[in-house]
Design a protein around this ligand. Structure first.
Ligand SMILES: NC(=O)c1ccc[n+]([C@@H]2O[C@H](COP(=O)([O-])OP(=O)(O)OC[C@H]3O[C@@H](n4cnc5c(N)ncnc54)[C@H](O)[C@@H]3O)[C@@H](O)[C@H]2O)c1
Length: 267
């Protein structure tokens, strides 16, 4: 494990991260631990990942709890444990999510429901269960996707992430008066197990459309999530932050620009 980045404004905060057994969730847990936070890493996986278990030398305190984000009773149990253990929650990262590459015209109802249950309902259940333990200064970060900003063909995944934007803006509005902030981060193509299953041709197409001309790393998303959890972002509420190398900003125009540039080189 390389030493994770440490950010200011997080020491002593009690933060819950879902889907933290690997990928971006694990990277988020490690940055928070390096920054001195108490992290409750949760995942549907029964056991804590090795990197979390070996994080004892980091300044923060790590806990691991099994949690399926679709399990309402599981959230209630977690809230009750957090209440008795810490008396409060300062941060929640709704990171757990699953992809599904079915297209409109062929998506099965069960697949649609499963994607929505994890990617949207799971976040809503988490917010409802943990927000009673939040005080002014607390921060909720939802993990969206660049697919939430465009028309990616994965219809259930894309629609679920657009719905998560709605949940983010409602929560930011409703909880603002309590001093609780809610924001959403939209990762682009990030190198995790989720993307390991993506067809190679998709990677090539993504790179052709991404101004930075490379994929992203989980730590690059984690740093932005940590900033949104920290006091350094105290006036950021209801924001949507792409972490995608400029992919959604360019909106395909890089492809057109490169074609024009290349044609001018040859004429
Ligand atoms: N990797 C990317 O390129 C990318 C791009 C855009 C958005 N995202 C989003 O980022 C988030 C993290 O993705 P990742 O790339 O780290 O994925 P990943 O597949 O590597 O990790 C996801 C984690 O979520 C857990 N999980 C799955 N279902 C769960 C459930 N019901 N309850 C609790 N945990 C569950 C898995 O066990 C796993 O540990 C997801 O919300 C994903 O949609 C990823």
């Amino acid at each position: 494990m390389t030493t994770p980045l440490a950010l200011p404004g997080l020491a002593g905060k009690v933060v819950v991260v879902t889907g933290a057994a690997r990928g971006q969730g694990l990277a988020e847990a490690l940055v928070l631990l390096a920054s001195g936070a108490t992290v409750i890493a949760t995942d549907i996986a029964p056991d804590a990942p090795a990197d979390l278990a070996s994080s004892a030398d980091l300044p923060g305190l790590a806990h691991y709890r099994q949690l399926d984000v679709t399990d309402e009773a599981g959230w209630t149990e977690l809230a009750s444990w957090l209440g008795s253990e810490f008396g409060r929650v300062d941060g929640l990262v709704n990171n757990a999510g699953i992809p599904f590459r079915g297209r409109i015209g062929e998506i099965a109802r069960d697949d649609w429901d499963r994607v929505f249950a994890i990617n949207v309902t799971g976040a809503m259940l988490g917010i409802q269960a943990l927000s009673p333990l939040m005080n002014a200064g607390a921060s909720i970060v939802n993990i969206g996707s660049s697919a939430a900003l465009n028309a990616h063909h994965t219809v259930a995944y894309t629609s679920s992430k657009w719905a998560l934007r709605g949940l983010t803006h409602v929560t930011a509005t409703e909880f603002g008066a309590r001093g609780i902030r809610t924001n959403i981060v939209h990762p682009g193509y990030i190198e995790t197990e989720m993307m390991a299953a993506a067809p190679a041709i998709m990677t090539d197409a993504q790179l052709a459309l991404t101004p930075l001309e490379r994929t992203g790393q989980p730590e690059e998303v984690a740093a932005v999530v940590a900033f949104l959890l920290s006091d350094a972002s105290a006036y950021v509420n209801g924001a949507e932050i792409p972490v995608d190398g400029g992919f959604t900003s360019s909106a395909g125009v890089k492809y057109m620009s490169d074609i024009i540039k290349n044609s001018q080189k040859t004429t």
